[in-house]
Design a protein around this ligand. Sequence first.
Ligand SMILES: Nc1nc2c(c(=O)[nH]1)N[C@H]1C(S)=C(S)[C@@H](COP(=O)(O)OP(=O)(O)OC[C@H]3O[C@@H](n4cnc5c(=O)[nH]c(N)nc54)[C@H](O)[C@@H]3O)O[C@H]1N2
Ligand SMILES: Nc1nc2c(c(=O)[nH]1)N[C@H]1C(S)=C(S)[C@@H](COP(=O)(O)OP(=O)(O)OC[C@H]3O[C@@H](n4cnc5c(=O)[nH]c(N)nc54)[C@H](O)[C@@H]3O)O[C@H]1N2
Ligand code: SF4
Ligand SMILES: [Mo]
Length: 701
Amino acid sequence: MTSQPPKSTFSACPHDCPSTCALEVQFDADGTIRRLKGARDNAYTAGVICAKVARYAERLYHPERLLKPMRRVGAKGEGRFEEISWEAALDLIAEKFLAAEAEFGAESIWPYHYAGTMGLVQRDSIHRLRHAKGYSRQFDSFCTNMAWTGYVAGTGRLAGPDPREMALSDQIVIWGTNPVATQVNVMTHAIAARKKRGARIIVVDVYETETMKQADIGLVVKPGTDAALACAIMHVLFRDGHADRDYLERYTDCPAELEAHLKDRTPAWAARITGLDAHRIEEAARLIGSVRKTYFRLGYGFTRSRNGVVGMHAACSIAAVTGCWTQEGGGAFHNNGAIYELNKEMIEAGSLRDPSVRALDQSLVGRILSGDKAALLGGPPVKAMLIQNTNPVSVAPEQDRVKKGFLREDLFTVVHEQFLTETARMADIVLPATQFLEHDDIYKGGGHQYLLLGPKAVDPPAGPKENIFVINEIARRVDSKSHPGFDLGARDHIDWMLKNSGYGTLAELEVSRWIDLQPDFETAHYLKGFGHADGRFHFRPDWGRSPSPNKPDGDPFGPWQSMPELPDQWDSIEAADDRHPFRLVTAPARSFLNSSFNETETSRKKEGRPEVWLRPEEAARLGIAEGARVRMGNDRGVVTLHARLVAAVAPGTVISEGLWPNDAFEDGRGINTLTGADPVAPYGGAAYHDTAVWVRVVQGA
Ligand SMILES: Nc1nc2c(c(=O)[nH]1)N[C@H]1C(S)=C(S)[C@@H](COP(=O)(O)OP(=O)(O)OC[C@H]3O[C@@H](n4cnc5c(=O)[nH]c(N)nc54)[C@H](O)[C@@H]3O)O[C@H]1N2
Ligand SMILES: Nc1nc2c(c(=O)[nH]1)N[C@H]1C(S)=C(S)[C@@H](COP(=O)(O)OP(=O)(O)OC[C@H]3O[C@@H](n4cnc5c(=O)[nH]c(N)nc54)[C@H](O)[C@@H]3O)O[C@H]1N2
Ligand code: SF4
Ligand SMILES: [Mo]
C-alpha cells in the first residue's frame, strides 16, 4: 500500500528578516509544495506572512535553479561553465586551498558567509571549517552593528519587552523601520492594538513608506538626523513635566546632566536639522509624554548612517526619560539576540578558534581583494574563498572595487548557491545548494522570542547539497583538525545543541515546533536593573568600551573619540555639497529580500524597474521629468536608472528601493556602486543609507 503524502507540514522562514515566521507548508496531492502560510497558533506570526514567501513554490521550483556543480571554462566573470562531478569539484577545492595554505598560510583562505539562510546549522557550520583550519575569520559588518551597539550602549543588553506586548500598547512609535515591507508581523500587532485599544501609530522615516501611509502621524526627517529629533523630544519632556523623575533617579546614570545638556536642543533647533516643522516635534513630544503605554519599535534603517549608533542610542533614551519601561505595552524594543544562550560548540567549533587569526571585515571585501594593506590587517593576500549564503557582488558596498577584486586571475573562488548570482558568475567553482524546505535546520527570531524548528519537507532534486555537506567534505580533504561536529548531520547538530543548551531534544521540538523563550516581565522591562554593571540605563555611554554584541577584537573604529558624550546630533554623515547635492537612501524593496527573490518573476513584476525617487520641485530644477532616464553618481561610480517624482521624500534626499540584480541596470552597475565601505564608529558597519550623490538627466533619452 502506498501512503498518501501529507497535506501540510510545518517549517520556519529561513530569510534574514526579524520576523522569522512560523510556517505551515501546504502540499498538492502529488507531494509538491503549493503554498506557504503563517502558523496561526504561533503567537508572534499569528497566521500572517509576507507575500513573497507565501509564493515560495516559485523560488523552489524555479527553472533557473542551480542543479549541478560547475567549473569555470570562460574568462573570469564571463559566466561560462562546464558540468563537473561533486567528487571532482571537492577534490579540486581541496587541492587549491591546500596550495594557497602552503604558499601564503592558512589566513590566505577566507570562508565568506552571511545570512541568506538564518538557520544556525547551515549558516554557521562554515565557522567549524574556519576554526579547525585557522582560515581567516570574518567580521560581520553588513547589517546589525550600528543598531546593536547603539541600543546596548543604553540598555546594556540586546533584549527588550515582549514584542507581542505591542498589541497591549496605547501608542506605538515605529522608528527607522518599514515593517510593511521588512517585518510584516510588527504591523499585525500594531494594528491589533489600534483595533482593540485605539492605539496611535507614529512613524519616523525619511520618506512616506507603506508603513507611514498606515500611521496616524508620520514624521519625515532628513536622513541621519534622528538624534536631533530625539533630543528635541526629550527637551520638551523635561520642559513640560513629562520626564518621570523618580524613574530617572532610580534607573538611569545622569538625568540631571542630560536635562541641562538638552536645554538648548529645542524643537526650533531640531527643526533646522531634521527639516520638520517645530510644531510637529512639539506635538510628537506631547503625545509621547502623555501616553504611558508607549512602545518604541526601533529598526535598523535609521542606524545605517555614519552617525547611526548615536541615533539609535538617542531614540532609545526617550523611553528612559518617560519611564514607559515600567508599563506592560511600554519600553523600547530592537532585537532579542541576548535571550537565546545557545551552546553552538558542535556547529562552530569555538573551542578551536584562535583569536590571533585576523578577522576580515565583510564590507571591505572590495578593498581586501584589491590588496589594500589596512583592510588585510597586515596579513597575507586573500588567495581563495568559499562563499555561502551571501551575494557580495550585489550586496556589499563599493561595488566597482568588489568586482575588480573578484576578477583577479590569482584568486580561486568557490560559490555555493541556489542561483547563478552576480557572485556565482565570478566563481571558479559553483556548487548547487538546497533550499530551506529541502534540509533540516533551527532558527531563532530577532524580532520575537521563539526558537523554531524548520525540518526538511521535501527531497531536493538530484544535485543540490546542503551547506554542512560542503563544509564536512572540504574539512575531510584539507587535513583539518578533527572535531566531532564534522561527523554529524543536521538533525544530530540540532539535537546536540538543544540538549546542551537545556532546551530538550529534537524529538520534543518536532512535536512542539517552537519554544517560547520570553524572559519574565520584570527582566524584559529591566525592572530589576538594566544590563550594565551599575544596573542603570546609560545616557552617557563609554563609547570606546561599551559592551557591543559585535565588538571585534582590537580597538574601536573611525572617529569614535569625537562621538557626543550625551545624546546629540553628530555631524559625521556624508554631507551633501555643491558637487553632490543629494543624500541617497537605498531602502529595501517589499518584494525582494536583500538580493533574494530578485530572481523571481512575480517579485520583479511588482517592483517594476530600478528607480530613484525625488521631490517634484527638486526634479524640476534639474529638468528631470517623471520616468526620465537619469544618471546618479559620486566619486565611487555612476549608475543609470529611471526617475520617479514622489512628494513625500525628505528635502535634499533621494530614495532607491531594492537590491535589483546588477544587470537590471545599464552597464551592469548596481546600486551599491555608490555606497561606501568605510567602517562606522565605534565598532564598524556599512552606512548603506548615508551616501552623497549627484543626479542628472541623460541627454537625448
Ligand atoms: N522586503 C524586504 N524585507 C526585508 C529586507 C529586504 O531587503 N526586503 N531585508 C531584511 C534585512 S537583512 C534586514 S536587516 C531588515 C531591515 O529592516 P529595517 O529595520 O526596516 O531597516 P532598513 O530596511 O534598512 O530601513 C528601514 C527604513 O529606514 C529608513 N531610513 C533610512 N535612513 C533613515 C534615517 O536616517 N532616519 C530614519 N528615521 N529612517 C531612515 C528607510 O527609508 C526605510 O524605510 O529587513 C529584513 N527584511
Ligand atoms: N544598498 C544596500 N545594500 C544592502 C542593504 C541595503 O539596505 N541597501 N542591506 C544590507 C543588509 S542589512 C544585509 S543583511 C545584506 C544581506 O546580504 P546577503 O546576506 O548577501 O543577502 P541575501 O540576498 O538575502 O542572501 C544571499 C544569498 O544566499 C543564498 N542562500 C540562501 N539560502 C542558502 C543556503 O541554504 N545555502 C547557500 N549556500 N546559499 C543560500 C541566496 O540564494 C542568496 O543569493 O545586504 C546589505 N546590502
Ligand atoms: S515576513 Fe520575514 S520571516 Fe516572515 S515569511 Fe516574510 S521574509 Fe520570512
Ligand atoms: Mo540585514
